[in-house]
Design a protein around this ligand. Sequence first.
Ligand SMILES: Cc1cc2nc3c(=O)[nH]c(=O)nc-3n(C[C@H](O)[C@H](O)[C@H](O)COP(=O)(O)OP(=O)(O)OC[C@H]3O[C@@H](n4cnc5c(N)ncnc54)[C@H](O)[C@@H]3O)c2cc1C
Length: 596
Amino acid sequence: MPAYRAPIQDIGFLLNNVFDADSLFSSMPGTVEVTTDLTSAIVEEAGKIAEGLLAPINQSGDQQSCQYNDGVVTTPDGFKEAYKAYAEGGWAGLTGEITYGGQGMPKTLSALIEEMSFAANSSFALFTILTTGATLTLSHHGSDELKLRYLPKMYEGIWTGTMCLTEPHAGTDLGMIKTRAVPNADGSYSLSGTKIFITAGEHDLAENIVHLVLAKLPDAPAGPRGISLFLVPKMLVDENSELTGERNGVRCGSIEHKMGIKASPTCVMNFDEATGYLVGELNNGLSHMFTMMNYERLSMGLQANGLADSAYQVAAAYAKDRVQGRAPSGPQQPEASADPLLVHPDVRRLLLTIRANILAGRSLSIFAAMQLDISRFHPDAAARTRADKLVSLLIPVQKAYCTDRGFDACVMAQQVLGGHGYVAEWGLEQNVRDARIAQIYEGANGVQALDLMGRKTVRANGELLALLSEEMDAFVASQAGVPAMQSYLVSLATCRKVLSDATLFVIDSAASNPEEIGAASYAYMELMGLTLYCFMWQRILAAALADKGGDNAEYLDGLVKVGEFFLARQVPRVHSLLAEIEAGSESLMAMAANQF
Ligand SMILES: Cc1cc2nc3c(=O)[nH]c(=O)nc-3n(C[C@H](O)[C@H](O)[C@H](O)COP(=O)(O)OP(=O)(O)OC[C@H]3O[C@@H](n4cnc5c(N)ncnc54)[C@H](O)[C@@H]3O)c2cc1C
C-alpha cells in the first residue's frame, strides 16, 4: 500500500494562486501576520506530521480500536506518544487566542492542516478537532475568568475538549434534551443527565477533559430557547489552572462498537451532580454552540475530502501498476501480458471524478474558511456581517456536499482496486468506513439540506444567495478579457440559471404547500453543491491558465484536464437535479405510513 503523501503542491497552488490568501491575511490585523513563506513552512511541517506521525498508526489503530474497562478508556498503541508529540509541537493551539497562549492563525490555514490530519488518521484528528472547537466556543462566549483558567492548557494540548449535545432521545431535535443544571449557592451549577455518542468523552491522552455541555435549568422555557451551555471539567481545577486532585461527577459509562473511526472513542457520558460553569448567557446555549458548529461542520467536509485524497493516492498508483485486459484502441504495452487499468475509460472516469471533486471540495472549504476568518477578524464591520451571511449559506452545503462526494470518492477508489479494494490489506475499506460518519454527525446531511433550503433560502428570501451571486459576478467580470476562459464560463452560467430556476420554483410552490421545502431540499443542496464546485473549478482553471508556462507546466496542464473533465461530465447533472426538484412533493407524500 503506498504511503500517504500530503498534497503540498495542491495546497500551495490553491492558497497562493487561486485564493491569493496572502493579501486576504494582510487585511486582517486580528490574526497573526501570515505571509506566503510562513504558510508554506507551516503546511509543509503539518504535512510531515500527517505522513510521519499520524499515518503510520492509522491502520493499527483501526484494528486495535479503543478499549473500555470500568470507566477507563485506553487508546490504541502509539496514540499517546503521537498525541504528546503533536501537543509539544504546538499544533493544539494553532488557531487559539493569542492572549491566552494560542497562536492566532486563521482558519483558512488550519482547515488545510485538518484535512491532512483526517486523510492520514481520522480517529486521531478527531481528538484535536473537538478540542479546537471547544476552545473556540469558550473564547467567544466564556467569561474572562473561565478563559484564563481553561484556555491556556487546552491550547497547550495538556487538556482536551468535547461537545456534549446528543442524548438517547434527542439527536437532531436538541430542544428535547433532559440534562438538568441546578444553580449552586457559589454561582456554579450541578449537572445531571446522560449524553451519548460523545467523541473523545474519555481517553488516556490528556490529564483533563473539558466538556461543553448543553443542559436546561429547572425553570427554563421549553424547547430550544431553554437550553444553556456549561463547562464541566472531568477533573476539578483551581483558580491557578491546577488540578485539585478531585474527580468531578462525570464518568464514561461505555463506548460504542461502530463501523469506522474505531480509534476515536464514542462515549456514553453520565453526569451525576457534576460541577459546571455557565458559558455565555442563560438559555442562549444553542446559539453559542453554533459558533463551534460552523467550524466543526467545516471540519467534517474536510474529513471526507481528506479521506478521499488518501484513497485517491492508493487507487491512482494501483491503476498505473495493475495490468488487466487491453486498451480499447489496441495494446498499449504489447510486450506485457496486459495493459495497466488506467487505459480503461471507466477506470479513468472513477479516478477523474475523485480527483475533480477533491480539488473542488478543498477549494470550497478554503472559500468557506476564508469567510469564517473575515467574519471574525476583518476590521470593517460591514465586511464581517457580509462574510457571516455567506458562512451561514456555505456551511450546510460544504458539510453535506463535501461529505457525500468524499464518501463516494472512497467507494470509487475501492472500485478501482476491484476485490483488492474490499479486503483490508490496501486500506481502502477503512477509508470507506471512516468517511461514512461524516455524512451523519454534526447534523445529518438531510438536515443540512433542509437548513439550506428552508432557513437559508426560502425564509431568507434569496438574500444570502444574492451575496453568493455577487461573488460569482465579480469573478466572471474579472475574466472578461481572457478568451481561453469564455467557453468554460458557459458551464457556470448554466449552473446559475438552473439554480435560479430551482430557487424560484421552490419559493413559489412552498407558499401554498409547506412540504415542498423538505421535498426539494436534498436535490437543491446537491444542485447548490455542484454549482459551487463549478465555481471553484472556474477559479482553478483561471489560475492555472494565468500561470501556464512556468516550472510546473505539467502540473498545471493536468489541472486544466481535470477541470475540463469536471465541466464536461459532472456539470450536466444540474439538469436532472432540477427535474427532481420540479417533480414536487406529491409522489413522496402519497404513501400512507402503513404502506412502508
Ligand atoms: C461516531 C459518532 C460520533 C458523534 N459525536 C458526537 C459528539 O461528539 N457530540 C454530540 O453531541 N453528538 C455526537 N454524535 C451524535 C450525532 O451528531 C447525531 O447522531 C446526529 O446529529 C443525528 O442525530 P440522531 O442520531 O439522534 O438521529 P435523528 O435525529 O434521530 O435522525 C435520524 C434521521 O432522520 C433525519 N431527520 C431528523 N429530523 C429531521 C427533520 N426535521 N427533517 C428531515 N430529516 C430529519 C436525519 O437526517 C437522520 O437521517 C456522534 C454520533 C456518532 C455516530
